[in-house]
Structure formats: structure tokens, C-alpha cells
Design a protein around this ligand. Sequence first.
Ligand SMILES: Cc1cc2nc3c(=O)[nH]c(=O)nc-3n(C[C@H](O)[C@H](O)[C@H](O)COP(=O)(O)OP(=O)(O)OC[C@H]3O[C@@H](n4cnc5c(N)ncnc54)[C@H](O)[C@@H]3O)c2cc1C
Length: 402
Amino acid sequence: MYSPSISGVAANSESGSRIFIYEVEGMRQNETTDQMSQPIRRSGSVFITVPYDRMNQEMRRIARMGGKILSIRPSNGTAETNGQVAPVSTGQQSQKSEATPKPMTQAKEKVQVPVNLYKPANPYIGKCISTEELVREGGDGTVKHVKFDISGGNLHYLEGQSIGIIPDGTDKNGKPHKIRLYSIASTRHGDDVDDKTVSLCVRRLEYKSPETGETVYGVCSTFLTGLEPGADVKITGPVGKEMLLPEDEDATIIMMATGTGIAPFRAYLWRMFKENNPGYKFKGLAWLFFGVAYTPNILYKEELEQLQREFPDNFRLTYAISREQKNVDGGKMYIQNRIQENADELWDLVQKPKTHTYICGLKGMEGGIDEGMSAAAGKFGVNWADYQKQLKKDHRWHVETY
Ligand SMILES: Cc1cc2nc3c(=O)[nH]c(=O)nc-3n(C[C@H](O)[C@H](O)[C@H](O)COP(=O)(O)OP(=O)(O)OC[C@H]3O[C@@H](n4cnc5c(N)ncnc54)[C@H](O)[C@@H]3O)c2cc1C
């Protein structure tokens, strides 16, 4: 991934290359910034060199880090630009920062949560890059991983947020369709780690009409799962602060998902284990409970199991496969049965201040989870409902069901 350097003059002064200098305030970055001598320190600004083809991404990154761009100037590799003296450093500063090159992303990013950057009246028009079937042969229904190009504007997001989709066409009254929300399944950097995409995990809604018995397909989920690469899609958001991941690299993250509820957890796990983020090196414990109907319905199965093999000390994976596995009473294996099996350990973890629990997926899954946790807490004479209230107050119990 691209990591621009903070320096007084352009780091890349190759003849003909197009480099710009952003003057930014509001970002206290790292030792490199702090060691800079006047005029940078006196102005309170930092100067960031940015190649032309990274300008949009860099603007978004600066916004995420709480910075404000005061000016953008072309650089020809010297302090003199278009006859004007750009307020950049002297050669001495340049040498200093080049001698100790430190990518800005080494600093802990104090990230602002972006919300409603694009509203329904003026949605972002993204492009479908790909759709990939996630349900394997013998599985139930259709679930697709859908990736969009969002490189053209200012749409950015954090793990755990959702975006809105406005499907093409009109409803039965001839009005534009209303928005449907979808949890984002990619990290803030996107599946290609280039800050240019956002991905979703979408199940096509399909049910028998209670009145006619005919098969009915959901409007937006059918639209999304049927997209062709290159198609334009109206996107709003991002929204949601409930499911954000704590910045603590030593946290314990317990995740309970059914079906497409895996989406935000895919984003967490990819951030924790697949990306090499200088500002976030996960060293804690992530434990995923994943409930599905059949083995072929285990979404992202290969990748999840690969992570488990690679990070056995930091990642635990527990499936509940309702139509194939049996619980201790001989009934179907649901996620709450797995909670009950692991109740003592979960109760132990949940009490630790570093532990966050996340629940995502089908409405109704919470009931069983509460039953399991009640049994565990009850063993120690604790009332689960009261305890859970406190966890919610402490922002350590996060639920998004639909
Ligand atoms: C925060 C949030 C995150 C979400 N994340 C995801 C996600 O990651 N992936 C995902 O796939 N979905 C997700 N959803 C659900 C998504 O927003 C849509 O609701 C879903 O895709 C269905 O929309 P649709 O337009 O296809 O269906 P619609 O055309 O809107 O049809 C839905 C309607 O069909 C009716 N209906 C549905 N089932 C039945 C039934 N069995 N019997 C009779 N009537 C029925 C109900 O009236 C229902 O309101 C999320 C929802 C929320 C709120």
C-alpha cells in the first residue's frame, strides 16, 4: 500500500513526474513531524508530497485522520513552483526527513467515523467490479460477494459500517425504490488494499408468497446478486457506529454470526490478520461463532480456515451447522448450542474489560445467545440481563441484526 512521506520537498523528483504538495493542519503524526524545524512547526502544518494518481486517496486518508488541507500546490522537486515560493522546507529539512523516512501511517491513526457522506438525494455512483457466488454445490440459496469501484469520489468507511443501496427501477407506485442497508464486508482499504473498493455479502431474498404460494424474490437483493461487471450502482452512506472495531490491538473480539452476518466479521478478520497495517497489529484473541444451515453455506470457508491454520493462537473458529450437526440433546445445532458448550470460557472472557462481543445476522438470533449466556452467568450467581445492560453501557456488547 502507498505510504506517503512527510517531507519538505517532493520525495520523487524524477523529471516529468507530477507531484503535489498538500499543506495540512490538524495532524500530529510521528517523530518525523515533531522533529521538523521552522517554518513547519511554527505554522502548525505539515507538508505531504503526493503523486498525481494518489491525490483522491490521500485526501480521503487525511480526512480520516482528522486533518484539514489548507492548500495544494504542484511541486517540481524544488521549493520554487511556478514562480512562487511554495512554503516548503529547506534542503536541510529535506535531507533530514529523507534520512529518516517514516511512513505517516506508522502513527496511530485517530480516525474519524465517516457518516452519510452520500445521501439518497445525491448518491455516489459506484461501478460493479465483480460478483462471486459464495454458496457451494448442495447449499441453500444464493449469496454473492459483490465488489464495487468507489475510487472516483469521497466515499470511505470503517470496518463494521454499512452502506445503502438504491436499486434501479421503480416500485409498484412508480416511485424510486427505497434504500436497503448492507453491512460492509471489506476493510477500510478494500479487498485490493488500494482504498478503491467496497464489498458486500448479499443473500438473494427468496420466499413463497403466503397468499399465492408463488416464489417471490427480494427487490434489492436480486438487483445486487444479478449485477454484471461494469454496471452503475447508487450507493449512500456509510452509516453505523454500533459495530466499529476497537483500536486496542490486544482486545478479545468475540463474534457471533448467522449467514450474511459474517460480513462485518470478514472485514475485522481481514484487518486483523490479512492486511499489514502499520497502525494496527492485532495481538489479541478473535473467536468467531458462525451459524449456517449446511456446510456448503459456510461463507468464505476456505479463507476462514486458512486464517485459523495460520493464526491458531489468535483466531478460533466454531461452526454451528444446523442441518448437519446435532447438539447434546440430539436436536439441531444452532449458534446458541455452541454458546452453551463454551459458556464457562465465554463468561470468563466477557468479564474482562478488553473483551468486546459482536452479534450480526438474522433477527431472532439474540434470544438463543442470551439463553446461553444466562446459563453461564447463572452458575456464578449473576443475572445476565443486568450484566448485559452494563456491557452495553460500556460499549462492549454490539448487536446488528436484520
Ligand atoms: C443494518 C443492516 C445490515 C444488513 N446487512 C445485510 C447484509 O450484509 N447482507 C444481506 O444480504 N442483507 C443485509 N441486510 C438486509 C437488507 O437490507 C435487505 O433487507 C434484504 O436484502 C432484503 O431486501 P430486498 O429488497 O431484496 O427485499 P424486499 O423486496 O424489500 O422484500 C422484503 C420484504 O419481503 C417480505 N418477506 C420477506 N421474507 C418473507 C417471508 N418469508 N414470507 C413472507 N414475506 C416475506 C417482507 O415484507 C419484507 O419486508 C441488512 C439490513 C440491515 C438493516
